[in-house]
Design a protein around this ligand. Sequence first.
Ligand code: SF4
Length: 685
Amino acid sequence: MTIIMADDGLSPTVCPYCALGCGFYIRKGEGGPGIEYMLDHPTNEGALCPKGNAALEVLGHPERLRFPLLKAGDGWRRISWEEALARLAGEIKETIRDYGPGALGFLGSAKCTNEENYLFQKMARLLGSKNVDCCARRCHSPTIPALNRAFGAACMTNPISDLANSGCIFAIGSNFAENHPLVARWALRAKDRGGFIIVADPRLTPTAWLADLHLQINLGTDVALLNGMMNVIIEEGLYNSKFVEERTVGFEELADKVRWYTPERAAEITGVSASSILRAARIYARSPASAILYSMGITQHSHGTDNVTACADLALICGHLGRSGAGLYPLRGQNNVQGACDMGVLADFYPGSVSVSDAEGIRRLEVAWGGASLPKGMGMTAEAMPVAAGDGDLRLLYVMGEDIVNSDSASSRGRRELANLDFLAVQDIFMTETAEIADLVLPAAAWAEKAGSYTSTERRVQWSPRAIDPPGEARSDLSTIIRLANLLGLNFDYSGPEEVLAEIGRVVKSYAGITRERAGARGGVIWPCPFLDHPGTPILHQDGFSAPEGRARIFAVDYQPPAEERSQDYPLLLTTGRVVIHYNAGSMTRRSLSLMRRAPELFVEVNPGDADQWGVVDGDLVEVETRRGEAWARARVTTRQERGVLFMPFHFPETNTLTSDVIDPVARIPEFKVAACRIGKMKGV
Ligand code: SF4
């Protein structure tokens, strides 16, 4: 491994795991590269969680993909890059000739840089395909329609460090102490200053341990809880009437709607006592500046868009927006999920949040991209692509840095459907489960082996220079896309990621003032940054909203139960989530030795009462079964889990064979968080 370093031997970089964008240095050392802490980074102040500390372990891993591979019978044949790209270009051209560009699918990656994602979707759309999407569909797609409707901007409103200024932090559906560990640093700082922490979560998580008030809510009842809190706030006159009157529309409809959700009715649905609902509502409303944090416990539901809407409503009626210590914090998942969305790697948006139905916005892009005619209207989402492959409507899928087989819900079905494609090309750093079923595998450089920018969940755009050579013939996704696009006649004449970032600045208004130099300075720039001398915008909505007339929209929603309920055959509910040691589908963390030593296998948490009832003992290998399949896991009998609900982390391939494929009708996200299930000793054990 060749190490490329600045004169001081230190290369600044951005953590490749969660969306917080923690910074650190890669240090040139005698035994290989090492980590040097970046003490002046504004988000992590030098600290890293276990995953960040282990990030370098994947770089020199013996299982890294080193050469292009073509499926040959049951095995693989090593081929040259020229042959690989010519084959992929030929398959794309044939698909367009035989079926039209609508038969092509493109899955981008929230792990790749802004520049790579930008060119990836540009290539797809210039070829005429609308079918562009990424893993954001499975984590925060409800955030986009809900917050666009509410505020006119679908993103986090305040920086992570500003949590230290909150009088009340209300985390709902977010186990941030495990999933975004450096958030806890700032939440605890708020607590040290007298702030109050409320956590609504069905599990007794490490985040709930640090709460002053834990609302142990029934699975999938978030809207009932939020409406119950808003009922109290409105009935007791605790809402911010000045803010509501001057800066919002829709309050009267909301007040009508939540009148039904008395604390007693909300208690009946949510399982949280009426007195706790009253207390949470009063503390959130009365604090001088309150922040709401949410994550996939809110979004991964068949009513995820309603859940996000209700969170926005609560912040709006209390006026807890547009100032320090307040705000709404959608905690995104992957390191560049915000950037991939900004770059338009979504079936419903072009770069810069231009809707696929916005004819004027698309016309501007057509001009910027040289006069090409671009497709309009909704494309296939990441969830729809495997279904379309099964139906024969999608013939070729090109996947960049995404393990769709493991991360999709009801994943056994998706694997069968993808097998129906004429051609599957996968570009990644490891032979993932998705790569294993591909026809062509292209080896990619990992984050530290290439240059480019990443946008963290707090809208912080940071440049990460290349520090290390990639293994074998692996190369950056950017260079692969450029070479492929040129073979397809698209004339992608880019000298490198700097030139692509400059084009992004011309196309995406909020990135207009962000250059490679500014993004490369410590902490980068927080968008919107509309011109070169602009300092960036850490706190949004200070003077108004981007929604029509500058007013935010309060939108009343009703509680809807989850799609699956307990039944005689499936008497329990299964929910899924993350643990601090692993990340997403686990393609990187399950190859990291130090992490695997600490969390080596799939487990299922079972309440002691359920364990007694179903004959399960702590440490047993058990079988968990849903309507879609069964999986084995090691039983952990624990009171962290409430009675009647099981918990499994989704970092192991088996978990998503169980999850539900019922989707939110607006955001098209599956209901990963609730599935009816049963548990028993594994047969034959
Ligand atoms: S909190 Fe997130 S960004 Fe920071 S070190 Fe951990 S995984 Fe990386």
